[in-house]
Design a protein around this ligand. Sequence first.
Ligand code: SER
Length: 451
Amino acid sequence: MKADILRQEFLDFFKAKKHKLVDSDSLVPKDDPTVLFTPAGMNQFKRQFLGYLSGFTRVATAQRCLRTDDLDKVGKTPGHHTFFEMLGNFSFGDYFKEEAISFAWEFLTDELKIAKERLWVSIYKDDDEAYKIWKGKIKVPENKIIKLGDKENFWPSEAKTKGPNGPCGPCSEIFFDQGNAVGCGRPDCDPACNCGRFVEVWNLVFTQFNRKEGGKLEPLPKKNIDTGMGLERLTAVIQGKSNNFETDLFQPIVREITANIESGVGATNKELIYAVADHIRAIIFAISDGVLPSNDGRGYVVRKLIRRSRMHLWGMRIEKPFLYKLVPIVAQIMKVPYPELLRRRENISEIILAEEKSFISTFHSSENLFNEKFNVFINKPDPDQVGKIAFVLYDTYGIPLELTQDWLDKHGIKFSKDSFNKELEEQKNRSKLQSAMKGDVFDIKDLHLTA
Ligand code: SER
């Protein structure tokens, strides 16, 4: 089944369950300065979760999302992305755990015909109500219901101890077992293992508490449901692929990149191809939502993704500007939910081409850049500062550390890897905050709360 059909089946299924189908919000959330990009389906419904209703209590969406927290993993793992689509159904004080669990199970097993035996679930360790529903009503065998803690099965993760204040609750996740040929091969492997055998398909959040200062969890007068299922992962499961990049959402992009790798380059590095296939979607959708490459905020994320992609292309010896050529391919793949991409493809291509060309010329003068930034340290060693600058070159210009290190070695300049790593860690924390999945996703202070 193609991803386009899967997306539609999800929406049709919930429409039949009396959900209003709401369009995906922009990647740049309106009236919500708490996040840089839309990180999840629930983002556009923060007001409804807090009780400000707009005439509907059941909603389903296929939300375009962008997160940068896992940037370094993208391409290297089968299921991490910057840009992805999140399928979600939501209840604002309407149905709760029993219906949410039943709907999810019915969709996966009746509608999509996923074999029940392949599915496992996790619940929050103290959530007896969810346990009873999975075991008693849905009849999932006891050994396939695993109990996890605050980090894995509470949303926002660890909110009980670390905050933020506001609506939160236990969650229950549904996993697909790819079988013991995938992953660690241990006979007792289960979804708590991170070997990759179990694909986390759907997260059902039971938003039932209001966290108060000091960590007190007060029951909300109206309980909500917030679910999220990555279309890319679900597509891989349905298409029998163990890597999202092998699905029809990515394969035409992967083929185009592969076809442009010069013959004789040797074994193709799939990780690099997959990373570019991921990043180009994020770049195109961000530009389409009005974000131009620049030196700060959202624009900086786009610039960084273009530069990282360009570095990856060099790794495959694709020397000439190339990224822009992927725009019509992505537009074609996504034309059903996003027909506007086909209309805007030339304009988006031009923006990407200009940025890629300008980076290529900066990069070709990297010798100048290195001289300019590091020469002063030849006679005045300061390994910490050199580490910091190496990080800026990596982060802002996408210049791989190995390249910088080579140059520093040649010139006898000492460099501190610890200082580089510290900057990297700080940047990751900043990204997390900006994606705000775990931090201020429910932070209401900046929202304009009108009914
Ligand atoms: N908000 C939850 C998540 O992002 C479920 O949609 O996983």
